[in-house]
Design a binder for this molecule. Sequence first.
Ligand code: RAT
Ligand code: ZN
Length: 418
Amino acid sequence: MKPTNEPIAVSDLARQIQTRVDSTPILDIHTHLYDPAFRELLLWGIDDLLTYHYLVAEAFRYLEMPYEKFWGLSKSSQADLIWEALFLEHSPVSEACRGVLTTLQLLGLDPKKRDLPAIRRWFASQKVEDHINRCFELAGLSKVFMTNSPFDDVERAVWDKAFIRDPRFEAGLRIDPLLLSWPTAAECLLKWGYAVQPEPNAKTFDEVRRFLADWSTRIEAKYLMVSLGPDFSFPDQSVTTKVIEHSVLPHCREQGLPLALMPGVRRAVNPQLRLAGDGVGLADLSGLQNLCSGYPDVKFMATILARENQHDACVLARKCRNLHIFGCWWFTNVPSLVQEITRMRLELIGLSFTPQHSDARILDQVVYKWRHFRSVLTTALVQQYTQLAETGWQVTQAELDRDIRDLFGGAFTRFAGP
Ligand code: RAT
Ligand code: ZN
């Protein structure tokens, strides 16, 4: 539909919003997907879909077997157990379960047949390149951001070799170990040729900066990111504060790269669940506030895990224009909370945020994550623009287009860009 400067009639608002939300391409600013050059790191297919850690956690609500026995099984046997427990022995009503079914349906597979072997056969006959195209198309994606960690040995080995980048996969530099696992991270840097000390001094901070500069350039990172516990504080006496202050912030300032903070995750609440064992905690956002107000020349992004933190994060964004709020992350990515959080954000900070990222770990997930989000966003926007129309204000098609493009990556690109 070609946008015009014609005002949209109230009676036509819902249709116009839906059409645009459904057809506007999305820039997915945080995923765990990889450029196909990373080969087995790019997960896709039914067994990876079923063994997604969100579903592992849910399956263990019903499974009685010892955790270790489960982890000793092959991926397809784990997938069989999860299918059995979550789809056949109970109705798959959770968001993560419904997601698998939405994905299958949109890929043209019939979920009601409940035929896991046939689904496996279908996936086995797909070529990864075609499947990427198909998933991007069904999700309506323009590009996705990867989460790139130099501390991951498998991933680093790929960056160490030259390869041709797929332009649909942008890079984000993940630095959790650097901030949360010092001095283990220092040992790695030393091994890679950076003259750092376990007790950081000025030379160490410079070397960490050199490391960040090398990797930002090498992967063409568009932002840096770190996930943090609910107890993250800044400033304090910790090494984390020192590395942020003397290495990360100067690097971000110099290169104009945002630092994305993801507070609220309690890692390994149940270590036996492995990747599925992390939980959530209410975060004290004063560390984020001190960063944003203490460093107005550095750009920050934030997505916060606890539902109870969403309001304070939004209020903080009203005070700090160098803060870009994004996504309904992980446990908040369920339609009822996405609806609530998105409406609150629209009401408090207008269109100056990125309402969602997929966090997809398996390629096929972008299909459901974005389909489900587009539907929730349509409802939220219809409510918002209908209320707006009640004031007598009329929005044009071109304006609606602009607004939705901003929510789907435009606002982020303007914020993060040079
Ligand atoms: O949502 C997830 O898949 C989590 O396991 C995390 O990866 C989280 O998104 C993160 O980036 O730390
Ligand atoms: Zn993530």
